[in-house]
Design a protein around this ligand. Structure first.
Ligand code: SF4
Length: 372
């Protein structure tokens, strides 16, 4: 059994209708509940009926986050290795059809980027590539892990979905986590966003978390691209996915992220607008639903919004990010995957975090306990 079997038991329209049918009484019952909340509770928390309870949700989210994670914020930084991609995602500046300069960093270029990042103080590195099996597939990534492993405490990957044995080989080279976003769980619309390339295979992507778990990946990151489809319904399916994976692959840890569509080279307009209040509601809903899950927020979001969320449920943030390959040593703005909103340097960002009474964590605290 994989997540695909669970997924097939849930229909998009019925799920959406059941979220929008939740009432104030459902929300109040969920907020008053002691102990673990279930997926029906999650529906109530993300429903329109929960909007008037946002303040109460934020207070509870903060309490639960501090109970589990203390007053800490983990930091990571992305290193874009390659913008080569054989897929055609209609919302992405790296898509195959876009006539942009294509770059895959070689070892010398990667080392130069990594040295700059290391000097900023980061110990948790996220390697990001497009999805091009020949240019930036498992063999390339193994080479990069070998090169970078001595320089960083944790290296995570946001790369093309792979087979189990390929993930196993990356775990053996020191890969710590894999983040694979489903983009949308709307099966009727998925093909329209992903018309060509390997990513057009929705089932293969849906089963990625299972393959990561089977390969022994220490952390698995989930999410959907907010703005493609109704955010409430897509978020329910993400929570369903998380719930399933946590039970099935209990040895791994889990993380959720909230990418909102940002401007890029091209003309894609979001179908569904996700406001700041919506995103706050969603983050608080996740925390109330799941006290253990790590919640990550990138520099796509504006500084003032990120500053507020430090205390309201988020546990992990990036800072000082560049989204173009080679961007830490050269200015390649035209190669960016998306424009970042928070361009503060790490020092300014960490000063802000500390001013709120929070401690900055540069690497996961329990890595010394990992034996594999
Ligand atoms: S979202 Fe990823 S897979 Fe799709 S075009 Fe962009 S880089 Fe390629």
């Amino acid at each position: 059994m994989t997540f695909f079997d669970i997924f097939q038991q849930h229909e998009w329209e019925t799920t959406q209708a059941s979220i929008y049918a939740k009432t104030a009484a459902d929300v109040e019952r969920t907020l008053a509940k002691q102990g673990k909340r279930d997926l029906e509770d999650f529906k109530a928390l993300i429903s329109p009926a929960a909007q008037p309870y946002l303040e109460q949700m934020a207070v509870l989210s903060r309490q639960l986050t501090q109970k589990r994670f203390g007053k800490t914020l983990q930091l990571y930084i992305p290193l874009y290795l390659s913008n080569e991609c054989t897929n055609s995602c209609v919302y992405c500046g790296f898509r195959h059809e876009n006539e942009t300069t294509r770059i895959t960093l070689n070892e010398a270029q990667t080392l130069r980027e990594a040295t700059v990042i290391q000097q900023m103080g980061f110990e948790h590195l996220l390697l990001v590539t497009g999805e091009h099996p020949r240019q930036n597939g498992p063999d390339y990534l193994k080479k990069m892990l070998k090169l970078l492993r001595p320089m960083f405490a944790q290296i995570s990957l946001e790369v093309a979905p792979m087979k189990t044995e390929e993930y196993q080989s990356l775990v053996d080279e020191g890969a710590y986590a894999v983040y694979v976003y489903q983009e949308t769980y709307n099966a009727g619309r998925y093909a329209g966003y992903h018309p060509r390339g390997k990513k057009a295979n929705m089932q293969f992507r849906l089963e990625t978390g299972d393959r990561c778990g089977e390969a022994g990946m220490r952390k698995i990151g989930l999410g959907c691209l907010l703005g493609l489809e109704d955010w409430r319904t897509d978020s329910f399916f993400t929570a369903l996915h998380l719930n399933y994976l946590e039970k099935r692959w209990w040895q791994s840890r889990f993380s959720v992220s909230f990418p909102r569509i940002r401007p890029f080279e091209g003309s894609f307009e979001p179908n569904s607008i996700v406001t700041d209040a919506d995103l706050l509601q969603l983050i608080c809903a996740y925390r109330i639903f799941n006290e253990e899950v790590e919640i990550a927020l990138s520099t796509r979001e504006r500084p003032a919004f990120r500053d507020n969320l430090v205390q309201l449920g988020v546990t992990t943030m990036s800072a000082g990010s560049r989204t173009d390959p080679g961007g830490y040593t050269e200015n390649n703005k035209e190669l960016e995957q998306f424009a970042i909103s928070d361009d503060r340097d790490p020092e300014t960002f960490t000063t802000m975090v500390r001013s709120k009474g929070y401690e900055v964590v540069w690497k996961d605290w329990d890595m010394c306990l990992q034996t594999r």
